[in-house]
Design a binder for this molecule. Structure first.
Ligand SMILES: *[C@@H]1O[C@H](CO)[C@@H](O)[C@H](O)[C@H]1NC(C)=O
Ligand SMILES: *[C@@H]1O[C@H](CO)[C@@H](O)[C@H](O)[C@H]1NC(C)=O
Ligand SMILES: *[C@@H]1O[C@H](CO)[C@@H](O)[C@H](O)[C@H]1NC(C)=O
Ligand SMILES: *[C@@H]1O[C@H](CO)[C@@H](O)[C@H](O)[C@H]1NC(C)=O
Length: 369
């Protein structure tokens, strides 16, 4: 007779549960990696900093800040068929306090604790991405440690630039080292360009957000920062901004000697190595570009709620299966499989006892709350 130690059985059971969460969710179970919280403490700080109230609405980077409550967030997830969402703070995070680092550090900590509280209230529905008090690198490293090691956040949020400090800058190496040591997954939200004149006075999200994502990827390429930290998983929202269209140009131009004579194939590999979410990027041409450029295994669902209201978010979510180029298997990857592969802490949360209940429907196992 063969005897199996109890610990071995526990490992097998864990492995089986892991497989359940990772592979047996309904293809329609969605994880939204791009949604935003707007805690009151942040809104008040923006008002205090002098952002204008236009027609009664707080306006930041040329864009209105919508009303938001955690209850509305959950209700909207239910309406959209989103099972789980990661909460982050959109630009300008706390970098509008770049001249007052002590204040920025305190506000980032308070906001992270507010985000943590939301996730404790809805542990099976919400996770959080850590807000960093950049451009103060020392404080930001401390915040990564607090969020990931103490609060067990799902990941970290960065901006393409923080008050002009772009990803790729050498002074951010310490950030990438802290992220790399934890195999962290990072969500890089676009921000108003460091050179404000580029907007020509129009709202930054209009066209400069897509180009700022390109600036950040280009800088990380040309300084070698991305290549030095391959174990940090990075998501660029909005289909990567303009990158699917300009990647070839960057690859060929950066092969000239003055730019370091980079190998074009390696450059393309680096740029295709990011993950991309679908927020406001679900037109026929955008989805075709993403699928061709990055591949189905790099596409994640993003809504940008509440900046994109529920009605628009629903149209975006529905456009992916309606596109006709994604099989049911592809949709399962886009809806949740890819996200689970880069957010192990979400897998762990969904696996917790009683968190996942399953029922059989034909030959499929559907998982529900
Ligand atoms: C402010 O509201 C008024 C009345 O609704 C509208 O006519 C005007 O265009 C608005 N201005 C801005 C800047 O949104
Ligand atoms: C988070 O929740 C704790 C416990 O309920 C509370 O003491 C604290 O004030 C909350 N923090 C924020 C920032 O909401
Ligand atoms: C990071 O991932 C690598 C490769 O999968 C693994 O060897 C390492 O133990 C991981 N480190 C942490 C802190 O999870
Ligand atoms: C990155 O992950 C690889 C395995 O995928 C591992 O061998 C390596 O040590 C990791 N590098 C760092 C810097 O953590």
């Amino acid at each position: 007779m063969i005897t199996v130690p109890l610990s071995r059985i526990a490992i097998l059971l864990f492995t089986a549960l892991h497989a359940l969460a990772a592979h047996c969710l309904s293809p329609n179970y969605r994880i939204d990696v791009h949604s935003h919280a707007i805690p009151n403490i942040w809104r008040e700080a923006l008002v205090d900093a002098g952002y204008p109230i236009v027609n009664g609405t707080l306006t930041v980077e040329g864009f209105p800040v919508p009303e938001w409550t955690i209850k509305d967030h959950i209700d909207t997830m239910d309406k959209l068929g989103v099972g789980y969402a990661t909460l982050s703070i959109t630009a300008p995070g706390v970098y509008f306090l770049a001249e007052e680092p002590t204040k920025a550090k305190k506000l980032a900590r308070e906001i992270n604790e507010a985000l943590h509280n939301y996730t404790l209230e809805y542990p099976k529905r919400l996770g959080a991405l850590c807000l960093l008090p950049l451009p103060s690198v020392k404080d930001a490293v401390a915040e990564i440690e607090y969020c990931l090691d103490t609060l067990s956040f799902d990941g970290v949020a960065l901006y393409t630039n923080s008050a002009g400090l772009y990803l790729g800058s050498e002074s951010l190496d310490a950030i990438f080292e802290a992220l790399s040591a934890r195999n962290a997954t990072v969500f890089v939200h676009p921000a108003e360009p460091g050179c404000h004149d580029a907007t020509m006075g129009y709202p930054a999200p209009l066209t400069e957000y897509p180009f700022d994502s390109v600036r950040a990827m280009q800088h990380m390429l040309l300084t070698g920062q991305r290549a030095r930290h391959p174990n940090v998983t990075i998501i660029f929202p909005h289909g990567g901004g303009a990158i699917p269209y300009v990647a070839n140009r960057i690859a060929s131009v950066s092969s000239v000697d003055v730019l370091g004579g980079l190998n074009p194939l390696e450059t393309m590999q680096e740029l295709k190595g990011y993950y991309f979410d679908t927020a406001s990027s679900t037109s026929k041409i955008q989805l075709a570009a993403l699928k061709e450029f990055a591949g189905v295994e790099k596409i994640l669902v993003g809504t940008d709620y509440p900046y994109v209201p529920a009605v628009g978010a629903k149209l975006g979510i529905e456009a992916i299966p309606a596109n006709g180029e994604f099989t049911e298997g592809d949709m399962a990857r886009v809806n949740h499989g890819n996200a689970l592969s880069i957010f192990p802490r979400i897998v762990a949360k969904l696996e917790k006892p009683r968190s996942v209940r399953a029922r059989r429907n034909g030959d499929k196992i559907e998982v529900y709350r």
